[in-house]
Design a protein around this ligand. Structure first.
Ligand code: NAP
Ligand code: ZN
Ligand code: ZN
Length: 396
């Protein structure tokens, strides 16, 4: 265990105009690049207001520009952040809003300068679709911490596209700059890969930052979409894993996922018994909760990474709990593009995917309610073939 790790290399720069190697087949035929490329309408589901629920919408996708990749979306995971955002729990929001940032699909068209993706490729898009590409964080491959503000996959003004508000992956297609498109390994089930694009990378990144390795004990708080990925990834890194859950019904399920220990977090005696036993905690709870009992479970030099972003205020942290064992209380936001690709390749190598329940468009509202009630094992994924066809006029 070595807190901190080398900064990943910068996002690979394109090599425009690089001639193809002799014998390399053309990446696209003339019909796929026939100018002028036209924008397309996509069928989608999204919110019209904070209290509208999710309703059918039509979104206009831009015609692929030179560096763009157009993706025919097959699956999109449902993240608790989608619930927070569409219901306005994170403050004012522009509507209509199509959520979704766990996108998997196949490339349908590429721009003239794209030579690293071709139609038919299985690809993914996570939580960010652009960043300034110039600041220290971007140059360090940490675009999620872009000092000029990353462009989120939905609900964000898109500076390179006239400040149009981005619309996410509960849709039949999306157009994204190639620098923010991930390669999805073909050996994994695409529906079960989708949640890796947010839940997977969000938990992988702090585990890697803490340099988790065999011999470490990882605590996972909250067994939902992020939490179950944290269990699987920490196990694949060779760690011992202890799950902290509020749900007695998840004890057996946590063990089935690979947890070595399970603690019911509302049981004070069980929490006390777990004192000073954990090296790093990945806290994924989507609601305000008291962290002090968790700090007491950490060993000296332990760390608690808070990943959940509840709308309400968290109870105060007791400084003594941190000071007495040099404990770090940290946050972590998704992951950069290079690290997300690294995570996908790690998952392909270790055969790690999400446990998913695939739903159709007409089940989205029920799925949100079930997610809020903690009734999901462990990620809902939308099958976009159920979205129907776009109407003639775009809503967004
Ligand atoms: P989720 O699937 O709904 O899981 C959250 C889990 O938290 C629940 O299953 C539940 O587990 C636990 N929990 C305990 N008390 C709760 C309560 N009162 N209300 C809700 N959950 C409670 O959510 P998720 O998609 O994993 O997302 C978790 C949080 O991370 C959200 O706030 C989301 O916005 C945030 N997030 C952050 C990042 C980032 O970059 N930092 C990225 C994605 C998501 P038990 O039943 O086991 O107690
Ligand atoms: Zn998410
Ligand atoms: Zn930047």
């Amino acid at each position: 265990m070595t807190p901190g790790r080398p900064v990943p290399p910068p996002l690979a720069k394109p090599l425009p105009g690089t001639p193809p190697l002799p014998g390399t087949p053309p990446l696209r035929d003339a019909s796929q690049t026939a100018p002028p490329a036209l924008p397309r309408l996509a069928a989608a589901y999204g919110a019209k207001a904070s209290d509208s629920g999710l309703v059918p919408l039509t979104v206009a996708r831009r015609a692929p520009k030179d560096d763009d990749v157009e993706i025919a979306i097959e699956f999109c995971g449902l993240c608790h952040s989608d619930v927070h955002a569409t219901r306005g729990e994170w403050g004012s929001q522009k509507y209509p809003l199509v959520p979704g940032h766990e996108i998997v699909g196949r490339v349908s068209r590429v721009g003239a300068a794209v030579d690293d993706f071709a139609p038919g490729d299985l690809v993914g898009v996570g939580c960010l679709v652009d960043s300034c590409r110039e600041c220290e964080s971007c140059l360090d491959g940490l675009e999620q911490y872009c000092e000029n503000g990353m462009t989120g996959t939905y609900g964000a003004p898109d500076a390179r596209n006239g400040d149009a508000i981005t619309q996410g992956g509960y849709a039949t297609s999306v157009v994204v700059d190639r620098r923010y498109v991930l390669r999805v390994p073909e050996n994994l089930d695409p529906a079960a890969v989708a949640p890796l694009l947010c839940a997977g990378i969000t938990t992988y990144s702090p585990l890697r930052h803490f340099d988790v390795e065999p011999g470490d004990v990882v605590g996972v708080v909250g067994l939902g979409g992020l939490g179950h990925m944290a269990v699987k990834l920490a196990k694949a890194m060779g760690a011992e894993v202890v799950v902290f859950t509020t749900s007695a019904s998840k004890v057996a399920a946590a063990r089935e996922l690979g947890a070595d220990g399970v603690v019911l977090s509302r049981d004070e005696a069980a929490m006390a018994a777990a004192g000073r036993s954990i090296d790093v905690i990945i806290d994924t709870v989507a609601a305000p909760h008291d962290l002090n009992p968790y700090f007491r479970t950490l060993r000296r030099d332990g760390a608690l990474f808070q990943l959940g972003l509840p709308s309400g205020v968290m109870p105060p942290v007791n400084p003594g709990a941190l000071i007495r064992r040099r404990i770090a209380y940290a946050g972590s936001l998704i992951g950069g593009i290079a690290e997300t690709q690294e995570m996908l390749d790690f998952c392909a190598e270790h055969n790690v995917v999400s446990d998913v329940e695939v739903v159709g468009a007409d089940q989205l509202n029920e799925a949100y309610d079930r997610m809020v009630a903690g009734d999901v094992k462990y990620r809902f994924v939308l099958d976009t073939s159920t979205l129907g066809t776009p109407s003639e006029k775009a809503d967004a």
